[in-house]
Design a binder for this molecule. Sequence first.
Ligand SMILES: *[C@@H]1O[C@H](CO)[C@@H](O)[C@H](O)[C@H]1NC(C)=O
Ligand SMILES: *[C@@H]1O[C@H](CO)[C@@H](O)[C@H](O)[C@H]1NC(C)=O
Ligand SMILES: *[C@@H]1O[C@H](CO)[C@@H](O)[C@H](O)[C@H]1NC(C)=O
Ligand SMILES: *[C@@H]1O[C@H](CO)[C@@H](O)[C@H](O)[C@H]1NC(C)=O
Ligand SMILES: *[C@@H]1O[C@H](CO)[C@@H](O)[C@H](O)[C@H]1NC(C)=O
Ligand SMILES: *[C@@H]1O[C@H](CO)[C@@H](O)[C@H](O)[C@H]1NC(C)=O
Ligand SMILES: *[C@@H]1O[C@H](CO)[C@@H](O)[C@H](O)[C@H]1NC(C)=O
Ligand SMILES: *[C@@H]1O[C@H](CO)[C@@H](O)[C@H](O)[C@H]1NC(C)=O
Ligand SMILES: *[C@@H]1O[C@H](CO)[C@@H](O)[C@H](O)[C@H]1NC(C)=O
Ligand SMILES: *[C@@H]1O[C@H](CO)[C@@H](O)[C@H](O)[C@H]1NC(C)=O
Ligand SMILES: *[C@@H]1O[C@H](CO)[C@@H](O)[C@H](O)[C@H]1NC(C)=O
Ligand SMILES: *[C@@H]1O[C@H](CO)[C@@H](O)[C@H](O)[C@H]1NC(C)=O
Length: 825
Amino acid sequence: MAIAGVKRAIQLLVLFLSPLILSAYFSNHPSVNVPTSWQNVYNSDGWQFNDNTHVRPILALDLNGQPSFGFGFLRNGTTNTFYLVTLKIAIIPNSSFSNYGPPPVVLWSANPNRPVEDNATLELTVNGTLVLTDADGTPVWSANTSGAFVTGMNLSLGGNLKLVNGSGSVVWQSYSFPTNTWLPEQRLRIGRNLTASVSMSNLSSGMFYLSITRHGINAYIKSVPPQRYKTLRFNANNATYLGFGIGSLTLSGNYVTYNQIEKGDFQFMRMEPDGHLNVYQLIDGYEETLYSDLLKDEHYGDCAYPTVCGNYGVCFEGQCSCAGGGSSIYFRQLNATAASFGCREVTPLSCPDAQLHTFLEVMNVTCFNFAPQLSNIDAESCRRECLKNCSCKAAMFRYQDNTSIGTCYLPTQIFSLMAIRKEVFNYNALAFIKVQRSTHKKSKSSLVSVLVPSILAPLLCFAFFISVCYHYVMQKGRKNIEGKQRENSGDESSIHLFNEMKKFSFEDLSNATQEFGVKLGGGGFGDVFEGMLGDGTRVAVKRLGSHVGQGRKEFLAEVKTIGSIHHFNLVRLVGYCAERSNRLLVYEFMCNGSLDKWIFNQDQEQTLNWATRKKIIHGIAEGLKYLHVHCNPNIIHFDIKPQNILLDEKFNVKISDFGLAKLISRDQSHVTTVAKGTPGYMAPEFIRDRKFSAKIDVYSFGILILEIICGRKNRDSSQVDYLIDMVKVKAEEGQLSDLVDDRNEDMQCHKEEAVKLLRIGISCLQTDHHKRPSVSQVIHVLEGSMDVEPITDYSFLSMFPMDSPLEANRAISAPLIASVLSGPR
Ligand SMILES: *[C@@H]1O[C@H](CO)[C@@H](O)[C@H](O)[C@H]1NC(C)=O
Ligand SMILES: *[C@@H]1O[C@H](CO)[C@@H](O)[C@H](O)[C@H]1NC(C)=O
Ligand SMILES: *[C@@H]1O[C@H](CO)[C@@H](O)[C@H](O)[C@H]1NC(C)=O
Ligand SMILES: *[C@@H]1O[C@H](CO)[C@@H](O)[C@H](O)[C@H]1NC(C)=O
Ligand SMILES: *[C@@H]1O[C@H](CO)[C@@H](O)[C@H](O)[C@H]1NC(C)=O
Ligand SMILES: *[C@@H]1O[C@H](CO)[C@@H](O)[C@H](O)[C@H]1NC(C)=O
Ligand SMILES: *[C@@H]1O[C@H](CO)[C@@H](O)[C@H](O)[C@H]1NC(C)=O
Ligand SMILES: *[C@@H]1O[C@H](CO)[C@@H](O)[C@H](O)[C@H]1NC(C)=O
Ligand SMILES: *[C@@H]1O[C@H](CO)[C@@H](O)[C@H](O)[C@H]1NC(C)=O
Ligand SMILES: *[C@@H]1O[C@H](CO)[C@@H](O)[C@H](O)[C@H]1NC(C)=O
Ligand SMILES: *[C@@H]1O[C@H](CO)[C@@H](O)[C@H](O)[C@H]1NC(C)=O
Ligand SMILES: *[C@@H]1O[C@H](CO)[C@@H](O)[C@H](O)[C@H]1NC(C)=O
């Protein structure tokens, strides 16, 4: 048996050594049996790539015209350091083949932190363990097969290295032990981490890692304690794995989707040395194209990455400068010509000399991971807290208008800082950075005059001035109660990894709905019927009207897109039918129907309580945010109204009908269909100018908030006034609480909070759509991490007169409608 193994190894070596067999590059060697061993020795026919990477292959997988994979010892550069890796090899057009190719993609490494040298050995032993030993005999790594009876090793499609037993079961696989790369179909167990490498050529664990938890994916930078810089939130419920499906990141039922990939293209996600989580695609098998930067902060952009400007560097709109500006006596740029390398302390902090600690105050600067540790505190106390503890490196303070009350965070390590603008972020920030006074009594206080000229550092035009001026008034600091509730609300979403959409025949659906017998509702795009599939699943079947005149190809493309969008607050498309002229969509069934039945219900018993209404508003916001921000291309719903807000048995929101009106790409130029929207919910700029942006949905959402809190329709035939007009009157009188739904006692008990929500709704209705908050900002306000800009002039609050064509004619001849005349063009 052992002899057979050695023979096999020799055969393999001969194959790879033979200079005549150029096709060895792609020759198919996906499997070996136990026992076999390989030595990491030079062979002239190893794989050489044009970035100076050299690979001594062990296994190779060739798929005709498809991406190919390899497993072997890899060296990048000329040093005697080798990593045992799996890799994706580029497809090289045969004409230019000369044993040099585009750089491979390293998919996994057995020994990222302990590279081996020439003459190291890999051994697949007779008892089925896979052991890597360095040239000097030190054991470096082994696959834990915990005594299973391994018979062979196999490199399979996707670059998964597997150890299999006699009956073909996988005993161990590289996919279960990710390093920094996440591949389509690679399921990661909850609790696993993806760790970025030091650099592209040094695979040792770097500064950043990603931790997959039950409540989301958290990104950290190493420090004591680790500092979290981003969370992709979701609810994994009882799921044990997360997957990165073809073209999408599967967050246990919540998918983040990207453009569908072309057949033959290869996608992967990598935790980068700089803390980004990037999705790449290999176009034509080799051209590595960045697809998406998943952790990028939607407000702060790259400035929210912890090392973007190095330590003590301040990032503003992508530019770096040292804290305190170029004239600071406390910090110097590490590299005089490139600010992004960060800054060093002129005199390093020293705990024994704590009496010389003082603070550099920087206005409008905060840190990427501001995590309130103390709230309802004033700036001075925040600063003093930091002075008490030597491990505290700065006091970060956030406040509304007045430094006498705010929140405080005391980081133990300073990475990059971010400059903020109050107009954008709705809070003020003040950073007290702990610095060491030098013993030569040059500077006596933390006050640094901006006039001190600098000979060393170049002046940057956006230098941040140091100030000791404080302003006054206001308060802030609610706790994130709603955020917590939301985390627990996602209990029923089932886990569909690699969910496939079903194709139904018209007959299937006709049977399922008893010949379209039970109508659930109707809408602009067609009627909806209740149905039950053969396996007992209840569904809602939407039969698109003939006016949704789409060719089969376009319809299928749209179905594919909609079907790939998965979020807890969006109703799930489970299948479709496109037979002859019939176009049907099959959705999951929501037993509590649509929101209108609940908020406009005449039966007092059936009105919703405060907590439920709040949860619903939150759910709508989350669903919309997903469409606006995370879908690519972004989706504007365009028809947000109570009839399109469905509720499951726990009153979780499931937005329906998204993706039907318009799919727009990021440049918003690619408009496929023109829809009309629903009177009473349509934003004025669209009615008037056909101006099209995500703020259309924000406007409709604002109306919806008013309707939910007040419990009545905006346009109600039984009432003279539009709700929005009444809101205007009451807002001006300061009596908004009069409008809170009086049919429900619980609502009356929460009047004050309800009015806060009304104010959020009102801010969404501003005529100038630039002034309306984005849905993400609304979420921040709901979560208490941001306040609404107080509105004093409510003149915009009136139903736009051209809301229906009839009234439009009247409006044009009416000279005194200020909102029309002064509205945005
Ligand atoms: C590769 O070789 C095949 C057969 O020799 C040939 O038909 C094809 O055009 C070649 N491809 C390129 C890119 O040269
Ligand atoms: C590897 O082993 C060969 C033969 O055993 C020896 O000649 C060579 O010097 C070794 N290489 C290193 C780097 O130790
Ligand atoms: C497997 O075999 C190797 C040597 O071939 C030995 O060192 C190791 O202890 C064995 N492991 C088990 C679990 O038997
Ligand atoms: C190997 O796996 C078994 C079971 O999965 C576990 O109990 C054991 O601790 C592991 N051994 C090592 C060295 O990780
Ligand atoms: C090894 O992987 C290849 C490619 O995925 C597959 O075709 C083959 O059946 C596998 N062999 C074994 C023994 O699992
Ligand atoms: C292979 O592993 C599977 C699952 O662990 C087990 O059911 C099967 O009996 C094993 N087969 C052999 C031949 O060990
Ligand atoms: C992953 O990171 C978390 C959070 O820092 C840590 O507690 C955990 O031990 C890590 N897990 C693994 C498997 O390394
Ligand atoms: C090799 O190192 C270079 C320089 O750091 C890097 O750009 C390249 O991506 C590395 N190649 C691989 C295959 O990792
Ligand atoms: C990789 O980086 C680590 C940590 O910075 C360093 O200790 C190690 O020497 C580097 N390894 C190589 C091969 O450069
Ligand atoms: C400073 O940065 C520039 C530009 O990136 C680079 O060319 C130069 O080598 C760096 N100097 C030092 C001393 O690192
Ligand atoms: C800080 O922000 C406030 C409000 O946006 C602004 O008035 C002030 O000038 C800024 N201060 C500095 C030093 O940039
Ligand atoms: C999760 O597991 C618990 C306990 O096993 C069970 O009660 C609950 O119903 C499960 N939840 C889901 C959504 O499957």
